[in-house]
Ligand binder design. Structure first.
Ligand SMILES: [Zn+2]
Length: 455
């Protein structure tokens, strides 16, 4: 299948900077971008080798698919839950574990479908999912997430997460949610063997992801890091999210969270850390030097009152930073188009109007996310790369006037628009603002019935 998107405004990266190209066309052939250039040049190209279809994109802004570096897909089950609407992280978690321990395979898959549907409708084409909840008494397997991703057509880094320190051992989750560590490692091996696809452009990778210092033992951290490095896969965890976590680490381990991770071989170019809100200058330097990446989740950090992370300083020091929506119980929304705006506004609250440009926010959501997930083939539009494309309508009333001045800034600073069309790996998953592979209304209705059981 060969499609030409003709005469669009295209925003992509050249020499690691976003550029806006007016009157450009993109040819997609099967899964890949086959050609990109000024509309006149591409017209001549397609005249000699006609595509299956030519779509008029003269009223569209086309950007690379946005990349989500942190999520917990199952948490859409408990978003806006009344008892935790005003709770900070530890209280929030303690209350939610009591509900999450009743998760089962079908509910997990349904929640993943809902969260993925929302991601696609927010312009995301690649997502990480950090699933750490595997109560041993329940049938919970990573397959639920992988099936949902496959069915809706998103590219995924499914993290096999873990929690092994329950309340009886001084951890935060109830013992019913904690797993035996040998069982965790055996299941990590199983899902790596069965599902991890390391090829460039792959739709499915497995990362390994113990949940946090307050629910995983140091032994499991080290064993997981060793396994990941034997297998050449990424490591992911939460780090330095709240001052409560910092106090927990100081009391229990005698050091701050980043130092704790360093001692357990958890810094390096194969590690990405969610949040990193409470970092000092030395810790930022350490992340930059070790090429440890950061998944920045601005809405979640505001929603839970965790604090504003020093993203300006991280970018200035060369830390690799991508954006994340985080789980739907601590954001309540799953749009990366929104997170671009949130990331910019949050830095400006702390550091003033010059703290972040629209181009920097856009870069974090695209090239930054690709770098975090070790996917140099993603986050840009160029011949030979996977055709992950998001088309916004330039005549959206929310962007009116703004696109005449600066189409990139329009996407970041205006009321975040919903994409009109989304392609993942060359396959169209959103058309006219609607999902092509699932009835979103029916899915939402069914999900509301299930979610009521988690009150
Ligand atoms: Zn998280």
């Amino acid at each position: 299948m060969k499609t030409c998107f003709r005469d669009a405004t295209v925003i992509l990266h050249r020499d690691d900077r976003p550029v806006v190209l007016e009157h450009h066309s993109i040819v997609v052939e099967d899964a890949l971008v086959a050609a990109l250039g000024p509309a006149g040049d591409i017209d001549r190209l397609v005249a000699s080798a006609p595509p299956d279809q030519i779509l008029d994109a003269s009223r569209h802004i086309i950007v690379p698919g946005l990349i989500n570096t942190h999520h917990h897909l199952f948490q859409s089950l408990t978003r806006c839950l009344q008892p935790v609407q005003t709770a900070p992280l530890f209280e929030w978690l303690t209350q939610l574990y009591q509900r999450w321990q009743h998760l089962d395979y079908e509910t997990h898959k349904l929640a993943a479908q809902v969260s993925i549907a929302e991601l696609l409708l927010g312009g995301c084409t690649t997502t990480s999912d950090h699933h750490y909840l595997f109560p041993p008494a329940r049938d919970i397997r990573l397959e639920a997430v992988l099936e949902a991703a496959d069915e809706l057509g998103i590219r995924i880094h499914a993290c096999r997460g873990s929690m092994s320190v329950g309340q009886s051992k001084g951890g935060l989750p109830p013992d019913s949610c904690a797993e035996d560590e040998q069982r965790v490692l055996a299941d990590c091996e199983r899902v790596l063997d069965r599902f991890h696809d390391p090829r460039p452009g792959s739709m499915r990778r497995i990362d390994l992801a113990p949940c946090a210092p307050f629910n995983v033992s140091p032994e499991l951290l080290v064993d997981t890091a060793m396994l990941a490095r034997q297998r050449g896969v990424l490591l992911h965890t939460h780090a330095a999210e709240t001052l409560d976590e910092e106090r927990y680490c100081l009391d229990r381990f005698g050091c701050r969270p980043i130092e704790y991770l360093r001692r357990h071989h958890w810094l390096g170019p194969d590690v990405y850390l969610a949040h990193c809100v409470h970092l000092n200058a030395e810790e930022i330097e350490l992340l930059a030097r070790t090429r440890t990446a950061v998944a920045h989740c601005p809405s979640s950090n505001m929603r839970l009152g965790s604090g504003p992370p020093p993203i300006r300083d991280m970018l200035d020091r060369g830390v690799v930073v991508g954006l994340g929506v985080d789980g739907s119980s601590s954001n309540d929304g799953g749009s990366l188009t929104v997170e671009m705006r949130q990331s910019l506004l949050l830095q400006r609250v702390v550091r003033g109007a010059g703290a972040m440009t629209p181009a920097e926010a856009f870069s974090m959501a695209t090239r930054g996310g690709a770098a975090v997930l070790g996917r140099p083939e993603l986050g840009n539009i160029e011949p030979g790369c996977p055709a992950d494309l998001v088309l916004y309508r330039a005549d959206d009333i929310a962007l009116a006037g703004a696109v005449a001045h600066d189409p990139l800034a329009a996407l970041v600073l205006c009321q975040p628009p919903r994409p009109d069309r989304v392609l993942v790996h060359g396959r169209t998953v959103v058309v006219d603002g609607r999902l092509t592979r699932v009835d979103a209304g029916a899915l939402a209705e069914r999900f509301n019935t299930v979610a009521r059981r988690f009150r």
